[in-house]
Structure formats: C-alpha cells, structure tokens
Design a protein around this ligand. Structure first.
Ligand SMILES: [Zn+2]
Length: 174
C-alpha cells in the first residue's frame, strides 16, 4: 500500500539481532481503511523485531488514542488504546497465513508492510461498544440522547411480547 510506505520494514537489510522500530499513527493513517468506526487518532507503535535466520518475531506495543463516536449519544470522543501483540513471520516461498499471528512471506519480498497489522491490533483493542461513560470526565450528551429514536419495533414489541412480560417477573435478586 503506497500510502503506508512509512510502515514498510525492510527486513533484508537488518542483521540477525534485535531491533526496535517506531511508527507514528495519525489521522491520515486511518483514511486508507474502508470502515468508519475510527475517524482518526494519535498513537505510537513501537515494534521490537527479532530476526533469526528465516524467522522474524515482531512485538507490537501500541499506545495512544483514537477518535471515534460514542455508540450511545453519538458524540465524538477520544478513546485511549493500549495494545500488545506478537506476530511471527516465517520467511519462506509464499504469502500465507499459517496460524493466528503466524504468517509466511517469501524471503525474496525483502520487506514487510505492517500497517494492516497495526490497524487490526487497534481495532481489536477497541471494545465492541464504546461509550462516554468509559472515559474520565466525559458523560453522554443528554441533549442528544433525547433526540435519539429507538430502533423501529423495539419499544412497541417489548410491551406486547409475552416473552418480555415473562422476563419482567423474574426476580433478579434471588
Ligand atoms: Zn456518549
């Protein structure tokens, strides 16, 4: 991916040893990914790379914050992210996924672009449901909440659905 050229690791130029590489992640980084949960961010990923013969072991230590939307009140919020992931890269003959976190790439590829991996690690570090209450000093916008219409059907169905009434009779304190 040309846009993420800065995320190329030219492993052929590295000797068999441990190397530390650092990548800055900004708003432009996220523009290349076709989904809209993350609108931008400011993070740093420090990669500790150990190279040994035909094997690369990469540890990604990613920290910072992303710009996203509260799933409850739709406010824009800055959400803290902390992620620690490992990727094993076998230098072989082909591009393939060998296992979770284990890939093979051709030794002749000379370089590995890690943008996609970093992006996925950030996504993985995000909870399924993000909301203002997870943050310090931020609360949901009550004004906006008033205007958010419940999804069609939810409320009406709840009232008439016998299963819902049955649930209401369950004493949760038992
Ligand atoms: Zn909110």
């Amino acid at each position: 991916m040309e846009k993420h050229k800065a995320f190329d690791i030219e492993f052929m130029r590295l000797n068999d040893d441990e190397h530390e590489l650092s990548f800055d992640i900004d708003d432009a980084f996220f523009e290349a990914f076709p989904q809209n949960r993350i609108h931008g961010g400011n993070l740093k990923s420090v990669v500790t790379l150990r190279k040994e013969d035909a094997l690369l072991q990469l540890q990604f230590d990613t920290e910072g914050s992303i710009n996203t939307t509260c799933d409850r009140c739709l406010n824009s919020i800055s959400y803290p992210i902390e992620s620690f992931e490992t990727l094993i890269v076998n230098l072989g003959t082909d591009y393939k996924e060998q296992d979770v976190d284990v890939i093979e790439i051709p030794a002749t590829a000379h370089k590995l672009n890690v943008a996609q991996y970093i992006y996925e690690y950030i996504l993985t570090a995000m909870p399924m449901f993000v909301n203002c209450d997870d943050l310090e000093n931020v609360v949901c916008d009550e004004q906006t909440l008033k205007y958010i219409v419940p999804l069609p059907g939810n409320e009406a169905d709840d009232k008439s659905d016998p299963r819902w009434n049955a649930l209401k009779n369950i004493d949760l304190d038992e």
